[in-house]
Design a protein around this ligand. Structure first.
Ligand code: BYC
Length: 480
């Protein structure tokens, strides 16, 4: 079978020979109506009849895997796609280093694997739920299309995890697959599993920040799972990463375009001081200090997704060869980490200090450190735009101790520079660091839909190039 080609004949497009796997095919076909019901209930509000110019994966060949066409979202061909197998792949870290990668779930690691797959799976529909109302206030058809592209692909990522559960985890896999359709982002009784996926994405600046910061956690976690000794998980994550790149593009360029528009408007109006917030807002654009506050919020919420500073779960998963480090295969060490240490920022005697910690227990922090480096590269590109206008302002990522709900720093209050604050000081400074109610009201007031081709809301500039190289006037969504 040609693994790069996808079989589109059945109900479920796939490159895993589902046609020859009656049991899993039946289980997925049984799950399918529940998924469609979930999409109709919790997917994008409105626009389900609209024709959206979407890409669909038709192959897993990195050189050309997608085709673009108009699709009604409920008719999108969600499918099961794995990156091609690497002949003779071995496990390259942990206690099984050098052994052949597993094609089946090793009994001793079944619970651990299932938990990781369920957590990963849970985030995918959660993000669609968080973003479901945004279509109505899209700043352009181009942006609306990008939102829906991200949404259908998160839906496909749910399919990816559900396939693993159905194929490899029997009855409890089927139950977990059902439960993934039952939990709801932000629901008091049946919330999604991780904190950031129960937060609201109230406006488009939040959407861009979410796709920049939170989808980037997705990238890091998928990169770590792509290293897995459980080969089907590795191959699934490798293909998901291909799609994920576009999501981060949407976030990074989205925020860039917001910054660009703000700087242009300031320049046209002759405003040089970025802190003249009211004057800048009168121009119908978002002032830079408020953009900074949104970045503070989404960065800190996303840091919580890396778990605790010291984690036995993470150590066990690495030791077992289930979850590696970021790009483990490119690292040059013994890939076992016994007896080595890693510096972790911790709270010692009321101070935030680096503490040498056994490297295996510190793996969440190692991944988080790699994440911060990746974020900083993107923030640097935002700052280049501000600098090109000569405006004296720089977006800065807050200290990792700022506004945390998981781990060491959840018990303290810290400012953006990592300075410890009393409760009273925090209460006084909170609105300097995070969006205040009036900031939120202002941003909400800007969220006016712009549904004419080649037109953009006041607060965001046009993209440099179109999707699939389409010209500016292209109608990315034919609204029904
Ligand atoms: N919220 O030992 P620890 C994405 C729990 S995003 C609530 O530090 P571990 C996407 C933890 O579960 C990527 N609970 O945990 C992005 C544990 O509870 P139990 C999603 C939390 O396992 C945008 C306990 O605290 N993928 O793809 O080392 C759009 C002890 O903690 C949280 C993954 O996350 C939290 N934030 O680390 C769409 C990969 N943090 O089990 C999609 C899979 C910790 O002892 N997940 N806890 O009761 C993992 O690798 C790990 O489970 C975590 C946590 C990194 C999440």
């Amino acid at each position: 079978m040609n693994i790069a080609a996808v079989d589109y004949d059945g109900l479920i497009p796939n490159n895993v020979a589902l046609g020859q796997d009656e049991r899993v095919k039946r289980a997925l076909e049984k799950w399918h109506p529940g998924y469609i019901n979930w999409w109709n209930d919790m997917g994008p509000e409105g626009f389900q009849e609209s024709l959206v110019y979407l890409r669909t994966a038709v192959s897993v060949d990195p050189k050309g895997w997608a085709k673009f066409d108009y699709v009604r979202m409920p008719e999108y061909r969600w499918g099961v796609l794995l990156a091609p197998a690497h002949e003779g792949r071995t496990i390259h870290f942990g206690r099984h280093k050098g052994e052949p990668a597993w094609q089946d779930v090793p009994g001793e690691y079944r619970a651990m694997l299932r938990r990781l797959i369920v957590i990963q799976g849970d985030t995918e529909p959660a993000s669609v739920e968080q973003q479901r109302h945004l279509g109505k206030t899209a700043p352009s058809l181009y942006d609306m299309r990008n939102l829906f592209q991200v949404n259908v692909e998160e839906g496909r990522h749910l399919w990816a995890m559900v396939y693993l559960l159905q194929k490899y985890f029997g009855t409890d896999g089927r139950e977990e697959a059902e439960a993934l359709l039952q939990r709801r982002s932000g629901d008091a009784d049946t919330p999604r599993m991780l904190g950031a996926f129960n937060e609201k994405t109230p406006d488009w600046l939040s959407f861009f920040m979410f796709t920049f910061f939170t989808d980037r956690d997705g990238k890091m976690q998928l990169e770590a799972l792509a290293q897995s000794g459980f080969d089907p998980l590795s191959r699934t994550c490798r293909f998901m990463l291909t799609e994920e790149a576009h999501h981060m593009f949407v976030g990074e360029t989205g925020v860039t375009r917001v910054i660009q528009r703000t700087c242009e408007a300031m320049k046209e109006a002759g405003i040089t001081d970025p802190n003249e917030i009211e004057k800048v807002r009168k121009l119908g654009v978002i002032d830079l200090p408020t953009i900074q506050k949104k970045a503070n919020l989404h960065f800190s919420l996303t840091l919580d997704l890396f778990g605790n500073e010291i984690s036995t779960n993470a150590a066990n998963a690495f030791h077992a060869g289930i979850k590696g480090r970021y790009r483990e295969d490119r690292l040059k060490d013994d890939h076992q980490l016994e007896g080595t240490t890693y510096p972790v920022l911790r709270l010692v005697d009321g101070k935030i200090q680096n503490v040498e910690t056994p490297a295996l227990s510190a793996l969440n922090m190692r991944l988080r450190d790699d994440y911060v480096v990746d974020c900083n590269a993107g923030v640097g590109r935002w700052n280049k735009v501000i600098e090109s206008f000569g405006i004296p302002f720089q977006i800065k990522l807050p200290n990792v101790a700022f506004h945390r709900h998981i781990g060491e720093f959840s018990s303290i209050k810290a400012g953006v520079d990592g300075n410890l604050l009393s409760d009273a000081e925090w209460a006084k400074r909170r609105n300097d660091y995070l969006p205040s109610d009036s900031d939120k009201d202002f941003i909400e007031s800007l969220m006016q839909p712009q549904f004419e081709p080649n037109k953009f809301a006041s607060w965001i500039s046009a993209p440099k190039v179109g999707i699939d190289n389409k010209p500016g006037e292209f109608e990315y969504v034919k609204i029904a």
